[in-house]
Design a protein around this ligand. Sequence first.
Ligand code: ZN
Length: 122
Amino acid sequence: MQIKKDALNFILGVSGEVYPNEFGGMLREENDIITEVLIIPGTTFGDSFTSTPLYMLPIDFSIAGSIHSHPNSSFSPSREDLVFFGKTGKVHLIARYPYRDINDVAAYSKTGKRIPLHVIDK
Ligand SMILES: [Zn+2]
């Protein structure tokens, strides 16, 4: 999986801004490249990510998956994360504190398997 530098910087920036709360959003992709992060109306920062109201998701086939931050610096998806991953999209990112760069972002498949993530600069 690849992610555009702009999208990565957005994730790191917003995650840092809402720290110590949790940031959550959805990912848009084109040809296996994550291009954009969508913030879902009704998402409550600071609550568990599973509070994201799925009914608010736009019917949009370019939704690739989700992103949320872990202010506790852990990369491991929680049980609730894994349930959520299974329901929505094929790639899920976890950004961990301190949100410095690509090394603080991990990508997981629908089943919670870690997958490689590369930044592209265009
Ligand atoms: Zn989580």
